[in-house]
Design a protein around this ligand. Structure first.
Ligand code: SF4
Ligand code: SF4
Length: 411
């Protein structure tokens, strides 16, 4: 079920859009007239998509978006705006807004919205066959063979498949796939810029910033862009209107192909700590493929959750060691908290002990593939070659793995 909240004081302006969306299977539409009401509903955690109209009882559309991402950084926002696409893009940069809607949106906008939501894995239209599956490959820790599994799976499937490397801090899928990158976009995030002629050095901005991204020294506001989370708190409290829009580069998204395989990866700028907005951008670019394979970052924190949220299935790659088991347990908890089904791939399966298998049995988690500790596989890895190219018989095993995932998703 997808829950869409329409935030607007004038229901008539969003009525056609709401009507179209309400006709869809497994979609419910509800309304909030004020910022407060919308923030309360989103804080309760039951909203997947927020559509912000032009008119609100308090505040502006963008101030509402800036508020709601504080309580739910993963909310998907669409905003009605008369701005040009370029102006809109600049004013919403870093806020995770996935779509600009024209004033008085109609049926075509509803269709476009749902197709964008499907493309970022938020909505499946109740038809997994039609759009294929979004499969994330994750692991509790790095070095378990996650990228090996993701790239070999993607190469084995054939057809309209796209590999999304969301491990933006250390993307390495390109080393195995040698894609031809056809387009590179710089991705930026909003940060405050101080208009010194208006600033009275009142310190209100520095006091509200819990990330210490602003400080006032000798009647001058210093901004530390690297520490800013783009929450917009300073913008809201500044009594002089002395804060305007600045930006900082988060990284870049590269889009290309490796033979028949679609390829998208993000690269976080060196020194940049905030990866989720960049990961969201990689996810949203991987829109159109029939099957998306996501190479998620390792671990269980925000970047992983951003990468795997909205997937149909998560493959957890682990190794049969005490460390592997420890991190697997954490990863399973994280995936289960999102309500996504998961299964396990054990890499280097013939070393270590049987505790991963025992844990999987106890938890009812399917072990979908075991990859042995094999010199030929290790040699292929060290030469940057996907092992399905060196040992083609593994392609069948990866195709069979995908079929097992399809069955588990349809259960
Ligand atoms: S400077 Fe601080 S208060 Fe302002 S947007 Fe950044 S994190 Fe939020
Ligand atoms: S809140 Fe506005 S006026 Fe006050 S110090 Fe910050 S930028 Fe200057």
């Amino acid at each position: 079920m997808l829950t869409i909240l329409m935030a607007c004081s004038n229901n008539a302006s969003l009525a056609i859009l709401a009507d179209e969306l309400s006709k869809l299977n497994r979609v419910t539409v509800s309304w909030a007239k004020s910022q407060q009401d919308a923030i309360k509903r989103i804080g309760a955690g039951s909203i997947d998509v927020l559509v912000v109209g032009e008119e609100l009882l308090q505040g502006t559309a963008l101030s509402l978006v800036k508020e709601v991402i504080k309580s739910d950084p993963f909310i998907n926002c669409a905003v009605v705006s008369p701005l040009s696409p370029k102006e809109f893009h600049e004013s919403t940069e870093g806020l995770g807004v996935f779509m600009q809607l024209q004033v008085n949106p109609g049926p075509g906008d509803a269709e476009r919205m749902m197709s964008l939501l499907a493309s970022i894995g938020v909505w499946d239209g109740n038809d997994h066959q039609k759009r294929g599956l979004v499969v994330s490959v994750a692991s509790g820790k790095g070095g378990t063979g996650k990228t090996t599994v993701a790239t070999n799976l993607a190469l084995s499937l054939g057809g309209d498949v796209c590999l999304l490397d969301c491990d933006v801090e250390e993307p390495n899928a390109h080393l195995f796939l040698n894609p031809e990158i056809q387009k590179t976009d710089e991705i930026t995030a909003w940060v405050p810029a101080i208009k010194e002629d208006l600033c009275t050095a009142c310190k209100a901005c520095a006091e509200i910033c819990r990330f210490r991204a602003l400080t006032v020294i000798a009647k001058k506001v210093l901004v530390f862009p690297e520490l800013c989370h783009g929450c917009g708190g300073c913008l809201k409290v500044c009594p002089e209107g002395a804060i305007s829009d600045g930006s900082r580069v988060l990284g870049e998204v590269g889009i290309g192909r490796s033979g028949g395989l679609g390829f998208i990866h993000g690269r976080l700028r060196v020194g940049e700590a905030m990866s989720p907005p960049l990961i969201r951008r990689v996810r949203s670019q991987g829109a159109v493929a029939a099957i998306s394979i996501i190479d998620a970052p390792p671990g269980t924190s925000c970047p992983v959750i951003t990468a795997i949220k909205g997937s149909d299935f998560v493959l957890l790659v682990t190794e049969p060691t005490p460390f592997g088991l420890h991190d697997l347990i954490l990863a399973v908890e994280a995936v289960r908290s999102l309500g996504i089904p998961c299964g396990i791939v054990i890499n280097r399966a013939d070393i270590g002990d049987k505790r991963v298998q025992e844990y999987a049995n106890k938890e009812g988690l399917p072990i979908l593939m075991e990859i042995p500790f094999d010199r030929k596989l290790a040699e292929a890895y060290s030469c940057g070659k996907p092992f399905v190219e060196v040992m083609p018989e593994w392609s069948d095993r990866f195709r069979s793995l995908y079929k097992d995932i399809q069955k588990l998703v349809q259960c």
